[in-house]
Write a protein that binds this ligand. Structure first.
Ligand SMILES: *Cc1c(COP(=O)(O)O)cnc(C)c1O
Length: 387
């Protein structure tokens, strides 16, 4: 039955059924660390200890797996904890290819934590498949894709990179945080593992930190589950409940994020205070065609702009918006604005920032689901030249 149900329906029902003890329609918050055993080694249900598994978390993991079209799901205490779990598939001497424009915390984890354990990371501009072919070798264990990228919103051809990785026996992981499973399903395009920071669109309300991994490969699942149990970077039960509540509205939230962002991106493209707009849905975006092929029904809620007038103008914009609040993070119902060079990407070395185009006049917008006219008016007053 589940296989026939559409995304919106699975978002509400997958992994969940009325509580057998009471009939409660909402999945209960099983706020318990342990479970009683009638005799040693015999469980009443499936559970013995909540680091290993907890019913609220199990419901969330099954729900998320269903949304990505995966057989298995695993949840973590944060997006970077989920990322670290994947890196544990590597041993000293293994090599990793990482797309060059990634979340700052991902960059830090690969280059400053796992590098010390002997895992070597090479940055590649994966919008160029020839560059991927040139960089990959028999030592490459893992290929890490993030698309659209953060903050320059480059779009990487997941099927193209996955086919190259497959020839070399490398595991492909896609950080699908920006696109969400509603718009993009990497496993269907040939990837092995999908990663999310649930803190962003999956949670969607800027009130909880979490991460998850999904795969259909039994062997990968076994290894990842072992790391989850052994390292214990699992989410709290309350958080699992919040994320389970959030996925129910993911489809309608993402639709509104996309509609608002696409209208605002077009409007910004014609604004005289803006030098350039990066949005995968615009015909002017360098990988617009790839985006149209692999993102279904929308291009996401993130927009990046180069403001005319350098750092001063960029700072003025982020300080003057009233609805777009100046803060890190993204993907919530409320609109946010931020300055990557000073805020989210400050830890990226200046030479790399320059190479990637993370300039002082770059500003990133996370377009929320408020009324689009109010958001446009807010940006317009913030961009107006003052007398
Ligand atoms: C935020 C983010 C992460 C890290 O997630 P946390 O939940 O903050 O640990 C990873 N990848 C992307 C694309 C992100 O935006």
């Amino acid at each position: 039955m589940e296989g026939e149900l559409r995304f919106e329906t699975r978002a509400i029902h997958a992994g969940q059924s009325p509580d057998p003890a009471t009939g409660a329609i909402a999945t209960p918050i099983y706020q318990t660390s342990t479970f009683v055993q009638p005799t040693p080694g015999q469980f009443i249900g499936e559970y013995d200890y909540s680091r290993a598994a907890n019913p609220t978390r199990t419901a969330l993991e099954a729900n998320l797996a269903s949304l990505e079209g995966a057989r298995f799901g695993l949840c973590y205490s944060s997006g970077v904890a989920a990322t670290g779990a994947v890196l544990h598939l590597c041993s000293a001497g293994d090599e990793v290819l990482l797309c060059d424009d990634v979340y700052g915390g991902t960059n830090r984890l690969f280059h400053r934590v796992f590098a010390q354990l002997g895992v070597k990371t090479t940055l590649v501009d994966m919008t160029d498949l020839d560059a991927v072919r040139a960089a990959i070798s028999s030592k490459t264990k893992l290929v890490w894709i993030e698309t659209p990228t953060n903050p320059t919103l480059k779009v990487i051809d997941i099927a193209g990179v996955s086919a190259i990785a497959r020839e070399h026996g490398a595991t492909v992981t896609v950080d699908n945080t920006f696109a969400t499973p509603y718009l993009q399903r990497p496993l269907e395009l040939g990837a092995d593992i999908v990663c999310h920071s649930m803190t962003k669109y999956i949670g969607g309300h800027s009130d909880a930190i979490g991460g998850c991994l999904m795969t259909s490969d039994e062997e990968l699942m076994r290894k990842l589950k072992f790391v989850q149990l052994s390292e214990g970077a699992v989410p709290g039960i309350q958080e699992c409940f919040l994320f389970l509540r959030s996925t129910k509205t993911l489809a309608i939230r993402v639709e509104r994020h996309c509609a608002n962002a696409s209208q605002i991106a077009k409007w910004l493209e014609g604004h005289k205070a803006i030098e350039r707009v990066l949005y995968p849905g615009l015909a002017s975006h360098p990988q617009h065609e790839v985006a149209a092929r692999q993102m279904r029904g929308g291009f996401g809620g993130m927009i990046t702009v180069y403001v005319k007038g350098g750092l001063d103008a960029a700072k003025r914009l982020v300080e003057r918006t009233r609805l777009f609040q100046l803060a890190e993070s993204l993907g919530g119902v409320e609109s946010l604005i931020e300055h990557p060079a000073i805020m989210t990407h400050a830890s990226v070395p200046p030479e790399q920032r320059a190479k990637l185009g993370i300039a002082d006049h770059l500003v990133r917008l996370s377009v929320g689901i408020e009324h689009v006219d109010d958001l446009t008016r807010d940006l317009d007053q913030a961009l107006a030249s003052r007398g």
